[in-house]
Design a binder for this molecule. Structure first.
Ligand code: HEC
Ligand code: HEC
Length: 297
């Protein structure tokens, strides 16, 4: 009897003192996350609503914007990230060095395709995926689970496929061998991807601001403490760990912090933007503030 009484008293005192604070903190975090999801969902829509009448003058198309266009197609209209992500359904292309991967697969005994280089390998992977099925993702000799990219429902044009090849070749620092498109067949001039080559953020500060990092982290002008201080992150984490913390925050949770960092930054950031942020964070705290003000490029 007495023991039971003390027990229930204890439980009561816990409920009265401890729990409400935790609940408040949690509710606050949930609200924050909701706000961020809201912002994240809002941004692309706002962009999408803007009238896009400008057609790209192909003569003015640079390799940089062709690469950026490929990245957008990869993450958007091409639906590649539906399967090619960290969930293991298909090779995690954004995390792999794909030029090196292509080379490795081309020299495999199992390889029965006709490609001679990474450009050919990427094109063949998209147009005739069953020519070579990556071990562990389907069976050799059986049709690949990967859809044929120039057929419905995905149905990318040659120019769009070229842009993705440029992106795959460039994303790990390589030089694209694919040529810029010269003339566009009439039906492609309306293509949404062509009508507005995506803009890469100017510098790391712009990327951080655009993605709302300062709301949770001490960085730039912010002193937020929901996540660890990013001005000193270079003292705790290597470049690779910083990159991983952004792409895949769930992999390692910083001690003493809740696992609430959004997990979709890899999809929202261009590879170039991610690299700018990683560079910036890997240097912040090691270099005087004036040097972080340097102009991009
Ligand atoms: C429905 C799921 C799915 C979609 C969508 C998809 N893929 Fe794949 N892809 C796979 C699978 C599974 C493999 C591995 C089997 C194989 O090699 O055919 C693969 C393999 C590849 C490879 C070869 C990878 C390697 O390691 O050699 C490339 C390159 C590739 N895909 C590019 C793309 C691109 C670009 C897109 C978007 C335009 C895309 N995929 C869309 C499922 C998909
Ligand atoms: C909603 C709040 C929130 C936002 C927005 C957010 N983070 Fe985080 N971040 C966290 C929390 C909480 C942690 C610690 C838990 C963990 O490791 O996942 C963290 C961890 C990190 C770490 C690892 C730090 C360490 O010391 O281990 C890095 C790096 C990082 N965030 C970078 C970023 C960048 C860059 C952005 C913007 C692109 C961003 N975060 C946006 C909450 C956020």
């Amino acid at each position: 009897m007495t023991t039971q009484n003390t027990l229930s008293q204890d439980t009561e005192s816990i409920q009265h003192s401890g729990l409400p604070v935790i609940v408040k903190v949690l509710a606050f975090m949930v609200i924050l996350v909701l706000i961020f999801t809201g912002i994240a969902n809002l941004l692309p829509q706002v962009e999408g609503q803007a009238p896009k009448e400008t057609k790209v003058d192909l003569a003015a198309l640079t390799m940089d914007s062709y690469i950026a266009m490929g990245e957008q197609l990869f993450k958007g209209k091409g639906t590649c990230t539906l399967c090619h992500n960290e969930l293991g359904r298909a090779p995690n292309i954004l995390a792999l060095d794909m030029v090196a991967t292509a080379k490795k697969h081309l020299s495999s005994d199992e390889y029965k395709g006709e490609a001679k280089n990474s450009e050919g390998y990427f094109r063949e992977s998209m147009l005739e995926p069953s020519k070579y099925v990556v071990p562990g993702f389907g069976k050799q000799g059986e049709p690949s689970p990967m859809p044929v990219i120039n057929k419905p429902p995905i149905a990318l044009s040659d120019i769009e496929i070229g842009a993705i090849i440029a992106f795959l070749q460039a994303k790990d620092g390589g030089q694209p061998t694919i040529a810029l498109p010269k003339d566009v067949p009439a039906e492609n001039t309306q293509s949404s991807a062509l009508s507005a080559p995506p803009e890469v953020a100017k510098n790391a500060q712009a990327v951080l601001t655009k993605n709302g990092c300062p709301a949770c982290h001490t960085i730039l002008e912010s002193t937020a403490t929901i996540g660890p201080n990013l001005k000193t992150v270079s003292q705790r984490l290597s470049r690779e760990k910083i990159r991983e913390s952004i792409i895949n925050p769930g992999a390692v949770i910083a001690e003493g912090y809740p696992p609430i960092m959004p997990t979709n930054f890899a999809d929202k950031m261009m590879v170039k933007e991610l690299e700018m942020v990683v560079d910036f964070l890997a240097q912040a705290g090691q270099k005087p503030a004036t040097e972080t003000e340097q102009k991009g490029e």
